[in-house]
Ligand binder design. Structure first.
Ligand code: SER
Length: 525
């Protein structure tokens, strides 16, 4: 039973629906109204305002399978991808939520019932943690559920500054809802190295955290204050890939159905026979995050979310190259991904063509410099007298060959080397100063305008399209119209014009209106 990830997803949602939870579709990876977050990194993110009491919904219980990215910001797993059995840039989080409805006891009972009754996991394979002072959660596990006391581990705060970094106190970010949590671990068996949570060997892969139940009680504000939430609430999260691994009788997430299919498809494209190769796992991971980011409107660029996307694409392309791939391959994996996940995420299937096209453009662009950059790095490494790649080399690779610093760090790690991050940052700062000094009117001009509008980019599929004017500017002021011969700035609801980004200049062209034609001299984001 539940030997596919898809059947597991459905079983989870149906279980919680039977407990009066509203099934809520996954939100975008780009958080709607949260400037503090780069990407949706947990199932609770779309419900943040509900926890805070700032948004009302017609239900007090919800359940979802939420797409998540942890590749930047507070929760960042990018570096670990390919090196552990269980880290991903993209994953799906199964969750159930109570907004001031049930609290600790029901949350724990539901989790236990789902794992042991519905999925049939052996109880003796499970152990749990509670926050060190949470006697209430300890007693529920021990007295109500019947977990022996020696299998309930109290975990305290990690740091001396007990406020900010801890193990069994979950926070969304530096600010936002947070609270003590209780985690459920699965023991994959003695043959795998690792110790129980809280032990010196806890980073091993034997005991894997599968479910985190957060007792949401506080809102942390920027000054560090912890204000009580209007009502105690529950936020739980279970990485679907980890639980799928258990149900499919494998140890590594990369051995589950979705990843095996992606790994085989990659191996076929690149003519690789060793399916255990780490680079295959990295590529299989990266195609998921990159595709879904594009589905959610992120475009490769040199800053913010767009740069995270570009960095991950370039990492994937480099790993393909590492496997001997000379041609384009990454965009060709989208079809396989759609066959695996398009039913659960119809938006992925709908945007397949856009995703493929955008990945292809990025692959082509990076392919031009990758090989020369690698050759330059090799020659520098031949003369290297330490185990650290100098900041100047990391910077040249970035500046001339488009190697993000973390990509160079990834290569370095494979060779047991590190990079001089501080030296690289110093070069970056220097470059920023120079380019600011040389900046033209464009940058200032952009700074002076404020708008709340956003344009949807349609240019990956069309060179021309019909759009509505959302706002006009003339001489830095918002105006109602532009007259014949007047220069100005227009913001459209959608546009095929590519805005200057990542070394590519903004598109030029024409806008036809009822009374004539405006010339588009430049496009800026
Ligand atoms: N928000 C918690 C986590 O991400 C539980 O979903 O672990």
């Amino acid at each position: 039973m539940y030997n596919t990830t898809a059947s597991l997803r459905t079983a989870f949602l149906e279980f919680f629906a039977s407990k009066q939870h509203q099934i809520v579709a996954s939100s975008s990876l780009v958080p709607g109204n949260d400037p503090t977050l780069l990407f949706t990194n947990a199932g609770m993110v779309p419900f943040k305002d509900v926890f805070l009491g700032a948004e009302q919904r017609p239900y007090t219980r919800a359940t979802s399978a939420q797409r998540c990215v942890r590749a930047g910001g507070k929760h960042n797993d990018l570096e670990n991808v390919g090196y552990t059995a269980r880290h991903h840039t993209f994953f799906e989080m199964l969750g159930n939520f109570s907004f001031g409805d049930y609290f600790k006891q029901d949350a724990i009972q539901y989790a236990w019932e789902f794992l042991t009754n519905v999925l049939g996991l052996p109880k003796e394979k499970l152990l749990v943690t509670v926050y060190e002072t949470d006697d209430e959660a300890f007693d529920i596990w021990n007295k109500v559920i019947g977990v022996p006391a020696e299998k309930i581990i109290r975990i305290g705060d990690k740091s001396s500054d007990k406020k900010f970094e801890s193990d069994n106190f979950w926070s969304m970010g530096d600010t936002g809802p947070c609270g003590p949590c209780s985690e459920i671990f699965y023991d994959h068996g003695e043959h795998i190295w690792g110790g129980p949570p809280g032990s010196p060997e806890e980073d091993g892969d034997r005991f894997i955290e599968i479910w985190n139940i957060v007792f949401m009680q506080f809102n942390r504000s920027a000054n560090g204050n912890m204000d009580k939430l209007p009502k105690p609430s529950v936020d739980t999260g279970m990485g679907i890939e980890r639980i799928a691994a258990i149900l499919q009788g494998v140890h590594s997430n990369y051995e589950i159905d979705i990843f095996q299919t992606l790994i085989k498809a990659t191996a076929d494209l690149l003519n690789v026979t060793d399916l255990e190769n780490k680079s295959l796992r990295v590529i299989a991971d990266h195609i998921r995050s990159c595709s879904f980011m594009i589905v959610d409107g992120v475009m490769p660029s040199n800053e913010g979310r767009g740069y995270v996307l570009r960095r991950i694409i370039r990492r994937a392309v480099r790993h393909g190259h590492q496997l001997g791939g000379k041609g384009l391959f990454f965009n060709k994996l989208v079809a396989t991904l759609v066959s695996l996940m398009g039913e659960a995420y119809p938006e992925l299937a709908q945007k397949q063509a856009v995703v493929e096209k955008m990945l292809k453009i990025e692959e082509e662009q990076f392919a031009k410099t990758l090989e020369r950059g690698l050759a330059m790095l090799e020659s520098q490494l031949a003369d290297l007298s330490s185990t650290e790649i100098p900041g100047s080399v990391v910077f040249s690779l970035y500046d001339t060959y488009g190697f993000p610093a973390d990509l160079t760090a990834d290569i370095a790690r494979e060779k047991n080397l590190t990079i001089d991050e501080a030296g690289f940052e110093a070069h970056m700062l220097e470059q920023r100063k120079k380019s600011q000094a040389a900046s033209s009117f464009k940058a200032d001009y952009n700074d002076q305008l404020t708008t709340t509008h956003q344009s949807e980019f349609t240019g990956y599929l069309n060179d021309a399209s019909t759009a509505a004017v959302l706002q006009l500017f003339s001489n830095g002021e918002s105006v109602a119209e532009l007259t014949d011969g007047e220069q100005g700035i227009v913001i459209l609801d959608s546009t095929p014009f590519y805005a200057e980004s990542g070394g590519q200049s903004g598109d030029k062209g024409e806008i036809e209106v009822a009374g004539g034609t405006f010339v588009v001299a430049d496009t800026q984001s």
